[in-house]
Design a protein around this ligand. Structure first.
Ligand code: CA
Length: 230
């Protein structure tokens, strides 16, 4: 099973060969990949499992890439998902139109796969910094996603893999309140059945690991809602 904390990239491309090249390269970068061959399928897949990023072809049968982009960018729950639009059109006016629909980036075909991957990483660095090996900081806590190490001040903390993923999730969006269900999706993955009480157990372990010498507990319990960092 793919590790749940790996970013999920949705590839929407009607040309099978191009779709596979994209999927192959994204998987080689260590991402999970979902594939859609048209706009309707893309919108359906977004409902099933929210992607962290979408690579979206402009020219698709029926519902065009522009329309898919427009719909996702007008919805509060999907607005934040970065969209990289692919297009054979290179006219400046089309580029502007592409960005006006809310696409976060725009790549003209034929593109260099190396450049596209760099743009994918740049977008993910913005929304899922720990997934691309960034170092995250919150107060005196530092999480190095590259070496999988966590520090508080000068001390190295001992965290289990689940607690590490929990902390990375929290540190990517300090202050955000996560429900237990959202944490289950993000940290354990949607495919496994885990009781929500398991979340509480691991939050308890995380709190203990973060405060080895009686430091302030940075994890906040929000009654009836879930947990937040800070
Ligand atoms: Ca196409």
């Amino acid at each position: 099973m793919a590790t749940p904390e790996l970013p999920l990239v949705l590839v929407v491309e009607d040309e099978p060969a191009q779709r596979e090249v994209l999927a192959y390269n994204l998987e080689a970068e260590g991402f999970r990949v979902a594939r859609a061959e048209n706009g309707e399928e893309a919108l359906m897949l977004v409902e099933e499992d929210a992607p962290d990023l979408i690579v979206l072809d402009w020219m698709l049968p029926n519902v065009s890439g522009i329309e898919v982009c427009r719909r996702l960018k007008t919805r509060a729950d999907t607005r934040g998902v970065p969209i990289i639009m692919l297009s054979a059109r290179s006219e400046e006016v089309d580029r502007v139109r592409g960005l006006e629909t809310g696409a976060d980036d725009y790549v003209v075909k034929p593109y260099s796969i190396v450049e596209l991957m760099a743009r994918v990483r740049a977008q993910l660095r913005r929304v899922r910094p720990s997934s691309v090996g960034e170092t995250l900081e919150f107060g005196d806590i530092r999480l190095d996603a590259e070496s999988h190490r966590v520090f508080r001040g000068a001390a190295t903390l001992k965290l289990g893999p689940t607690e590490f993923r929990l902390l990375a999730t929290f540190m990517e969006k300090p202050g955000r309140v996560w429900s237990r269900e959202q944490l289950l999706d993000r940290v354990w993955g949607r495919d496994i059945y885990v009781d929500t009480r398991t979340v509480d157990v691991h939050i308890g372990r995380l709190r203990k690991a973060l405060c080895p010498n009686g430091e302030t507990d940075p994890v906040r319990t929000v009654r009836g809602a879930g947990y937040a960092l800070g």
